[in-house]
Write a protein that binds this ligand. Structure first.
Ligand code: ADP
Ligand code: ZN
Length: 600
């Protein structure tokens, strides 16, 4: 009898399961219903792909990500797995062909978009087939509470009525307790097994910096740490996306824009280029990303603050799915907070929802201003505990210093109070620094007792202080997004001198002394020719097969080849990611490359 481990090793070429994969696979293969929460990059696909090969019949994989189906099917094809898909991109003839394959029991997996699946015609078709399981990918789309709700997903509960004997696995990377409950309820998984896997992504290095001149900061990061790598740069607005992409292109980077305002052809093309080629940077709004299945994204940069910790974690989670070192870098400023609040308050949502949005922005600001381990806070937010500081975030690598900011805080807070809690940061700083402009005189603020009492700090330093007071919730911004500051209850003890306040010392443009571990760093100069030759071989085969390079072999597999130098089939099969079919198809090409470089 074939075991799950056999399939893993021979078909997928991996030597062992990761995390809870084995338990999940055995439960599903044994006919149980399963809910899986696993972070992006955790290895969800194998959880249904292996059972699909162990159980007789065809597995139906429901996914909203039509654009990715072709690549997923191509990747399975390279592994020797019989897979196909049904979506709106197929011609009539292709459709007929897939249907015939289905009825003849020739497929192991069928990917299908929910709206298609639920057409009566297709449900009837499935009733005539032998089904092994249903896999509901991106299962949080059934949740109206969540942020990716899709109406078609709601109707998926029909599957449970029509196919009660077929086991179902629902998979998502969204951790939120309430979303999880809704998935269970809607897909009727109450009596199934639930696997909540750890949310940590240890290979991602989290770094958060204040915006100074963010483009220059970005450029420096790319130049010093990310030469030749692929990555995503997120911006808040379409305009900024366009500008940033152009600016990077002018500096010699292959940077392509992506936002909802582009034509569908251009979007598709840019996405494909990013997936298929190396060293491409996508500059995008959040319209880009859901299900971007590129394993070797080495960095995700946020040029502006995202709108919540959930969004931040999901967006940064697109880096390093292959488990190799990756960096998540965010630039933020107080203007981001104001802008986000404005957007939240202008939205059509109800009052309760708006309040939640405002809270989410504040929580994220808390993460930005944190002195201690960022990963600990992130994981705690998702209900996961990390006992020790992680050692792989900026605060762990370079602990920030703090200073006694009590007096500065008192000045700032009383300035807010004296001017009537009706002004934004710019004006408050003008008062503190004793500015003599028109606006100051218009409001008579040169007569305030706080006018000119803060000349010891520059305007920029005051900005940092105000931002930190906000993050500590000693000050709050109005919810309408005017940028007006008012005091909170917790400001009192500081004003009365009953409490001391330590603030984080924000070094200007923190130089990253310990750079992120980079793939290229780990390669000895002497190994470079072989490394380049392996990559060239991969690129050549990828073009020949019309698939992205990582579908041939991942960076991790190539690195193993570099270390172990396999010169025969046995040694090649021992490399992670080399299964039986890939060995037959590509093994010899890579062995030849290794042999050619043997005496270097
Ligand atoms: P997810 O869907 O959870 O984001 P994927 O299923 O795309 O993650 O897997 C992420 C990467 O990890 C893929 O490149 C996959 O081949 C690899 N992977 C998954 N399981 C294993 C394993 N047991 N051993 C080695 N690599 C694995
Ligand atoms: Zn840390």
């Amino acid at each position: 009898m074939t075991t799950a481990l056999d399939v893993l090793q021979h078909t997928f070429g991996y030597d062992q399961f990761r995390g809870q994969q084995q338990e999940i696979i055995e439960a599903l293969a044994g006919g149980e219903n399963v809910l899986v929460l696993m972070p992006t990059g955790g290895g969800k696909s194998l959880c249904y792909q292996v059972p699909a090969l162990l159980r007789p019949g065809v597995a139906i994989v429901v996914s909203p990500l039509i654009a990715l189906m072709q690549d997923q099917v191509d990747a399975l094809d390279e592994l020797g797995v019989k897979a196909s898909f049904l979506n709106s991109s197929l011609s009539f003839d292709e459709l007929k062909q897939v249907e015939a394959q289905l009825l003849n029991d020739e497929l192991d997996l069928l990917y299908i978009a929910p709206e298609r699946l639920l057409q009566e015609r297709n449900l009837a078709l499935l009733e005539r087939c032998h089904l092994s399981l249903f896999a509901i990918d991106e299962a949080h789309c059934v949740s109206q509470w969540g942020h990716d709700f899709r109406r078609d997903y709601l109707a998926l509960n029909q599957l449970r009525q029509r196919f009660p004997a077929v086991p179902m696995i629902a998979l998502t990377a969204t951790a939120d307790e309430r979303t999880r409950e809704e998935i269970v309820e809607r897909l009727q998984l109450q009596n199934g097994r639930h696997f909540v896997c750890g949310f940590d992504r240890p290979n991602i290095q989290y770094r958060i910096q204040q915006k100074q001149r963010s483009r220059e900061q970005l450029l420096k990061f790319l130049e010093q740490e990310q030469q030749g790598n692929s990555g995503v740069v997120y911006c808040l607005s379409r305009k900024k996306v366009e500008e940033t992409a152009r600016w990077l292109s002018e500096r010699g980077y292959r940077a392509l824009p992506f936002h909802a305002g582009l034509g569908s052809e251009e979007k598709k093309q840019n996405q494909t280029t990013f997936l298929r080629e190396e060293s491409v940077i996508i500059v995008a709004t959040i319209a880009f990303g859901m299900g971007i299945d590129k394993p070797d994204v080495r960095f995700v940069v946020h040029m502006d603050m995202p709108k919540s910790i959930e969004a931040y974690y999901q967006e940064t989670g697109r880096a390093g799915r292959d488990g190799e070192a990756a960096t998540a870098l965010m630039f933020y400023g107080i203007e981001d907070v104001v802008k986000l609040k404005q957007m939240a308050s202008a939205s059509e949502a109800g009052e309760h929802f708006k309040r939640l949005e405002q809270q989410r922005i504040n929580t994220l600001l808390g993460l930005c201003e944190l002195h201690t381990c960022r990963r600990q806070l992130l994981l705690r937010y998702f209900g996961d505990e990390l006992d020790q500081a992680c050692g792989n975030c900026d605060n762990c690598l370079e602990p920030p210093r703090s200073w006694d900011a009590t007096e500065a805080a008192q000045k700032a807070l009383s300035c807010v109070y004296r001017s009537g809690q009706r002004f934004g940061v710019g004006h408050l700083i003008d008062i503190l620094r004793g500015a003599n402009n028109e606006r100051i005189h218009k409001f008579g603020h040169h007569r305030l007792s706080t006018w000119g009492i803060g000349k010891e700090h520059s305007a920029e330093q005051w900005r940092v202080i105000f931002r930190q007071l906000l993050a500590r919730e000693l000050l709050a911004l109005d919810d309408e997004g005017w940028g007006v500051l008012h005091l909170t209850e917790s400001a009192r003890p500081i004003l009365r001198g009953e409490e001391v306040l330590e603030l984080r010392e924000d070094v200007k443009q923190k130089p990253s002394r310990r750079e992120a571990r980079r793939i290229i760093d780990e390669i000895e100069p002497a190994d470079m020719p072989l490394w380049q030759a392996l990559r060239a071989c991969r690129k050549h085969l990828a073009e020949e097969h019309g698939v992205p390079p990582y579908v041939i072999f991942s960076d991790a597999s190539l690195k193993e080849m570099l270390v172990h130098r396999p010169v025969n089939a046995e040694a090649m099969l021992a490399i992670n990611g080399v299964g039986d079919k890939k060995m037959r198809n590509f093994g010899q090409d890579f062995i030849d490359v290794v042999i050619a470089h043997q005496y270097e």
